[in-house]
Design a protein around this ligand. Structure first.
Ligand code: CU
Length: 141
């Protein structure tokens, strides 16, 4: 394989990432996406899904699908995603299991919950001595 300059590799990697970065795709680390939505009546504005469950270490991405600026601000003050204009997104990675409620600062009746579960157990590695059996095609004697 020919060696490529790092810049070429980075550009290729960026293209690959871009190809997978659709709105329906969860975070790259297996996290989740939350849509901030509006409606005819401001009292119906909110977050979809209202409750999102992820594993510790995963990222939640909020995208503002409304016309007004919205944010996501934890009710205990420990984390916040900034005020997002229409179409903007922001993410937060949750390192610690727990249940985190949040509101939209300008519209505090907009409420959501992030449930962070314990991280999944590390994958079990296959035994390293599972080498394939020697081949014998009958021509070797
Ligand atoms: Cu809002």
């Amino acid at each position: 394989m020919p060696r490529l300059p790092f810049a070429s590799f980075a550009a290729a990697a960026a293209l690959v990432l871009a190809a997978f970065a659709g709105p329906l795709i969860a975070g790259a680390d297996g996290g989740a996406s939350v849509t901030i939505h509006e409606g005819g009546d401001a009292t119906t504005w909110g977050y979809t899904a209202t409750t999102t469950t992820i594993q510790a270490g995963q990222t939640v991405t909020w995208t503002n699908a409304g016309d007004q600026p919205h944010d996501a601000n934890s009710t205990d003050g420990t984390w916040q995603v900034p005020l997002l204009s229409t179409g903007q997104s922001a993410s937060y990675t949750f390192a610690t299991p727990g249940t985190y409620t949040y509101i939209c600062t300008p519209h505090p009746w907009m409420q959501g919950t992030i449930v962070v579960t314990a991280p999944a157990a590390a994958p079990v590695e296959a035994p390293s001595d599972a080498s394939p059996p020697p081949t014998d095609d009958g021509t070797g004697g």
